[in-house]
Design a protein around this ligand. Sequence first.
Ligand code: GYE
Length: 325
Amino acid sequence: MKRIICVAASMLLCMMLASCSRQPETENNPGSVVVGFSQLGAESSWRIANTASMEDAAKDAGFGLMMENANQKQEKQIDAIRSFIAYQVDVIVFSPIVENGWDNVLHEAKKAGIPVILMDRMIETEEKDLYTAYVGADFYAEGRRAGEFLLQKADAMKAEHLNIAEISGTIDSTPMRERQRGFMDVIGGDPRFTVIDSISGDFLRSKGEECARQLLDQYGVGGIDVIYSHNDSMTLGVLDVLEKQDIKPGKDIVLITVDGEKEAVDALKAGKVNCVVQCTPNLGKAVMELVKKLKSGEHVAGTYHPEEGMFTEFDDLSNPAVEGF
Ligand code: GYE
C-alpha cells in the first residue's frame, strides 16, 4: 500500500513539475520564474478567495505557480516546502498554519539560497533572517476593532454587564492569537465585560455550529450576550444553530465576526450580525510584486499590511461600499 502511495506521489510531483517546466530565460520572459506556494488548506471562503488571488496574480505576472494544498496539516506544508527546495524554485511563499515549528525547514531553504515570503500568517522564530518579508493583515488591529465596536454597542445598549463567549480560530495560529489579544486589550479592563468562555472552532463552519451548540447547552440563551467569532465561516455556522433554536441572532445575542465575505456582510445588512471586521484575502498581487523585486535583485524586507476597516450596524449599510468578497 505504502509503495502505491509513493508511486502515486512521485507521479503527481512529475506532473506538477512538468506543468511548471522552465522556459529559456529572456528579458521578456518572466515565465522562467517559478514560485512554490504552500497553501495551508481550504477551510473557509476566505482561504478559497486567497488561493484564487494567488493564482490570478501569478498568471498576471507571467510566473509559474507550483501550488500544494496541505489540508490543514503542518507536516504536509513542511513536505511541500521540501519539494520546492528540491525543485529549486525561485521563491517560496507559504501561509503557515501555526506559528511554531518552521525553523528546520526554513534553514534548508536558506541553505539552498531560496528566499521565503510569508503570506497571510506569521511564524515565531528567534532567527528573523529565515524569511524575507511578510504579506498579511494586521490581526492585532482587527481584534482591537472588534473590541471597539463592542464598547460602542454596550454604550448604545446602556448595558451594565455583558457576558461574552469567544469562538476562536485555529489554536496557535497568528490570526487566533492576535485577534484575541487585540480584543482583550480593548475590553479587558472594562468591568462591564466578562469573557465567560473561549473555545476553538478551527475557522470551520461545521465546528462553528458545534461550538454554538456547546455554548448554548452550557450557558443557555440568557447566559450569553455576545459571541465574538474569529471568522465568518464559523459565524455562519453559529447563525444556523441560533435560528434553528428560535434565537434571534443580532438581537438576542450580539454577533461580532471577522473576514467580510459576502454571506456575512449580507447577514449584517439583514440585522443578523452586528459587526464585520474586514480581513482581505486579496494578497496575491502584493506577493507577486515582491517576487518581481526579488528577481530583479532589489532588496526586499519588512511587513506589508493591506488597508482594512470594519462594517457595523451603526453604518449606513445602503452605501454600495459596504460589500463582501
Ligand atoms: O480569517 C479565516 C481563514 O488566516 C486570515 O484563515 C486567515 C484566516 C481567515 O480560515 O477565515
